[in-house]
Design a protein around this ligand. Sequence first.
Ligand code: ZN
Length: 90
Amino acid sequence: MIDWFNYAAGNHRVTCPACGRGDRDRTLGLTIEAAGNGVSHCFRCEYTESHRPDRGTWIGSSVKPLITVTASIKHARLRTNCPKLGWRSL
Ligand SMILES: [Zn+2]
């Protein structure tokens, strides 16, 4: 597991927790956004790990589709809350 709180926002190269052979073996690309969300991907073994301040840390990339689904649900809800016909009649 990556100790996400050790890193500032930006791009880093760190040792892969899955295949890393030591401190100098940095195959894991790590990106941290200003908001604190982070994603990492190992160029050698395809290991991925993600971190979000509100959701914690998880291993694997299966979360990406989940985020897309959540976003589309929010979008649909917004549409139903904004009836264009009512707005036009004003
Ligand atoms: Zn690796």
